[in-house]
Design a binder for this molecule. Structure first.
Ligand code: XUL
Ligand code: CO
Length: 435
């Protein structure tokens, strides 16, 4: 038995096992396409949901049982949570984790005191990382909970709030660097607006860009090699968030000359809220060479907010892994479980069940996606669908060497194009052969 959780390290027992505390599909060392499952998937635990989410909802108080936590805002309590979290990572066999500054350490009376608290916790995290080999996938600063950020951080109309946010991000970046973090994330929780009546959108976007350029400069100064991630989300709690979807983020990064140092961290439930599929968001990011990392969760089709449920939809994880394998795998990124239990699943063992489900579902997605790629029929169909563009004329068009005059001549003499089927249903059947 472990010290804080009433269970042993979760083992792979295979698909026939009926043990609810075993992996049925995630076998960390098993090779898929010459690479171990754990290297493909790079699972990370999210400190905020695992250690700090009380499981409240808009209609009721938190239910989470955290017998190790004394409920205080003390540094001692924060240090104890580190032990609990690392025990949790060990049980799950997870080798990465992510945090916000305010999840790991308390916000105290002033910035200097809060920074000191962070230093104490970071020192302990560093020890635990050295002891276990666990790595920090990314760090981030919470610029959305404290009332000072009610109007945003980097997009606040108030210079003092902007300044405070800058100092907070500077410190969070330095802590990330101290822990050899592989990335640093910006999720613009309140970087947006509630009403355009009181908002100068242009000025706010300029400020956000200036803020991010200062982050890039500071990274250079402290030797943090990044990348930075932007995590798109359309709204909630704001009416509109400036990083609303992958395409909006790419446009912003291009407009302000930030493409080099940034990548996108795409979250499933955020894609849903943006009115897109996860597959769409991942494809937009990957096409631009900008898919860095993934926040793995799912929404609920019947609830219109960010429910951050654990990913249990095999079809969905298959689509994710198709894109990840298609881009040659993660480099610095991974699959961060930005997911929380339902309010009814409040005891510590539910954390283990929830992550087993997420990890097994991704393991299946990985194996299925690999099998679909090996089979080749899907890729072959798509390739053939565009084969008319493999002609001399197609090449001329794709290289930008063609003109409307030339195409008009051809169209006038060529007659009506032949309509071929897209075979969507046939392809849906093909995918189901593998699920
Ligand atoms: C909020 C969300 C965040 C980011 C990190 O919806 O996804 O937890 O992942 O700030
Ligand atoms: Co997230």
């Amino acid at each position: 038995m472990q010290k804080y959780f009433n269970c042993e390290k979760v083992q792979y027992e295979g698909p026939e096992s009926k043990n609810p505390l075993a992996f049925k599909h995630y076998n960390p060392e098993e090779l898929v396409d010459g690479k171990s499952m754990k290297e493909h998937l790079r699972f990370a635990g999210a400190y905020w949901h695992t250690m700090r989410n009380a499981l409240a909802d808009p209609f009721g108080a938190g239910t989470a049982q955290t017998p190790w936590d004394d409920g205080s805002n003390s540094i001692e309590n924060a240090l104890k949570r580190v032990d609990v979290f690392f025990e949790f990572l060990e049980i799950m066999g997870m080798e990465y984790y992510c945090w916000h500054d305010r999840d790991i350490a308390p916000e105290l009376n002033d910035l200097a005191a809060s920074n000191k608290a962070l230093d104490a916790v970071v020192a302990k995290l560093k020890e635990k990382q050295a002891e276990t080999g666990v790595k920090l996938l990314w760090g981030t600063a919470c610029l959305f909970s404290h009332p000072r950020y009610a109007h945003g951080g980097a997009t606040s109309p108030d210079l003092n709030a902007f300044t405070y946010a800058a100092a907070q991000v500077k410190k969070a970046m330095e802590c990330t660097k101290e822990l050899d973090g592989l990335g640093y994330t910006f999720w613009g929780g309140r970087e947006g607006y509630a009403s355009l009546l009181n908002t100068n959108m242009k000025r706010e976007l300029d400020h956000l860009a200036a803020f991010l350029h200062m982050a890039v400069d500071h990274a250079k100064k402290i030797g943090f090699e990044g990348p930075f991630y932007i995590e798109p989300k359309p709204r909630e709690p704001s009416t509109h968030q400036y990083d609303s979807d992958a395409a909006a983020c790419l446009n912003f990064l291009r407009e302000y000359g930030l493409m080099d140092k940034f990548r996108l961290n795409i979250e499933t439930n955020h894609a849903t809220l943006a009115g897109h599929t996860m597959e769409h968001e991942l494809t937009v990011a990957a096409n631009a060479g900008m898919l860095g990392s993934i926040d793995a969760n799912r929404g609920d089709p019947l609830i219109g907010w960010d429910t951050d449920q654990f990913p249990t939809d095999i079809y969905g994880t298959t689509q994710v892994m198709m894109v990840v394998l298609g881009m040659g795998g993660f480099k610095t990124g991974g699959l961060n479980f930005d997911a929380k239990r339902r309010r009814e699943s409040h005891d510590p063992l539910d954390l283990i069940h929830a992550h087993i489900g997420g990890m097994d579902t991704f393991a299946r997605g990985l194996k299925i996606a690999h099998a679909i790629r090996e089979d080749g029929r899907l890729a072959d169909f798509v390739q053939k669908r565009y084969s008319s563009f493999d002609s001399e004329l197609g090449k001329k068009i794709e290289s930008g060497a063609c003109s409307f005059d030339e195409l008009e001549k051809l169209a006038l003499n060529g007659g009506e194009p032949t309509l071929t089927s897209g075979r969507q249903e046939m392809l849906e059947n093909l995918i189901n052969e593998f699920i």
